[in-house]
Design a protein around this ligand. Structure first.
Ligand SMILES: Nc1ncnc2c1ncn2[C@@H]1O[C@H](COP(=O)(O)OP(=O)(O)OP(=O)(O)O)[C@@H](O)[C@H]1O
Ligand SMILES: [Mg+2]
Length: 264
């Protein structure tokens, strides 16, 4: 199962995935007994061939699968330090999404102003104090390295921004409600190399404040941005370790084959 170096075991945990199984529509067994630590304020990359379960695993963390009937979780994702199981039916998925927010593959700003895109989560939370909303919107836009570009046009539609700016707007939206974990599902696959570089740089800064999980098809990106990497295949977690070990000295043959581009 998952092998870890002793040095990593002393790092603080943000979450622990314990025997997680997931079934689409009660039939497709998409995740099988996943065991994985998520270290606090580190970047963890999920890699593996198409269809191996990366998106499925990511979406368990903010209960996205609850939006479709028939989907079923087994096992747990314990959020630390309180140990709350995010998958418990007793936990409100809306509450989970405040603590764990998500950035999607394609920038998907709401048809609202730049300001309201970022304020959205605060409004859902019931925050009515105008000064607080303004302050948090600015902080999130600064955190997403977008403030200087938009501070004079906050009332313009979010869709009027460039693709890379829209993705940073979506990151600001994900940051506004002070989440503990931010999930990124191939956040740069729709962006050019320059916009990709700025998002990668941003991820490097964000991990000073939040824990990050990122799905990526680009091994170079995983190697550049992540501290830990999980290699998945056919719904199984094959190997988890520090990124440098996964890329330079993995313990499983399947991992080595995938990293070396020798995978069917
Ligand atoms: N809504 C769904 N209903 C049924 N099966 C699904 C659904 N979504 C995904 N699956 C199946 O679950 C498995 C994992 O899919 P998932 O989307 O997690 O893969 P992935 O690793 O993210 O792939 P990719 O790299 O192509 O995005 C696949 O076999 C897929 O066909
Ligand atoms: Mg996917």
């Amino acid at each position: 199962m998952v092998e870890m170096k002793d040095s990593s075991k002393q790092l603080p945990l943000k979450a622990e995935v314990n025997y997680l199984n997931f079934y689409y529509g009660g039939k497709v067994h998409a995740l099988k007994d996943i065991m994985m630590p998520v270290y606090d304020k580190k970047v963890t990359a999920l890699i593996g061939p198409s269809g191996c379960g990366k998106t499925t695993l990511l979406r368990c963390f903010n209960r996205m699968h609850d939006l479709y009937p028939g989907n079923k979780y087994k096992g747990e994702i314990a959020l630390q330090p309180d140990g709350v199981n995010l998958l418990s039916p007793k936990i409100d998925p809306i509450e989970v999404r405040m603590r764990v927010s998500m950035v999607f593959q394609r920038p998907n700003p709401f048809p609202k102003s730049i300001f309201e895109n970022v304020a959205y989560g605060l409004r859902v939370r019931g925050e009515k104090r105008k000064a607080v909303v303004r302050e948090k919107v600015e902080k999130a836009l600064r955190g997403a390295a977008l403030w200087d570009e938009v501070k004079d046009r906050l009332q313009e539609p979010g869709t009027a921004l460039s693709g890379g700016q829209q993705q940073r707007l979506c990151i600001a939206r994900a940051l506004a409600a002070d989440p503990e974990i931010v999930l990124f599902d191939e956040p740069t696959s729709a962006l050019d190399p320059i916009a990709t570089g700025s998002i990668e740089e941003l991820i490097g800064e964000l991990k000073n404040h939040v824990t990050i999980l990122i799905v990526t098809h680009s091994m170079q990106q995983a190697a550049r941005v992540s501290d830990f990497t999980a290699f998945m295949y056919l719904g199984n977690l094959i190997e988890f370790d520090k990124t440098e070990i996964i890329f330079n000295n993995p313990s499983k043959q399947q991992t080595a084959d995938y990293i070396g581009g020798r995978f069917g």
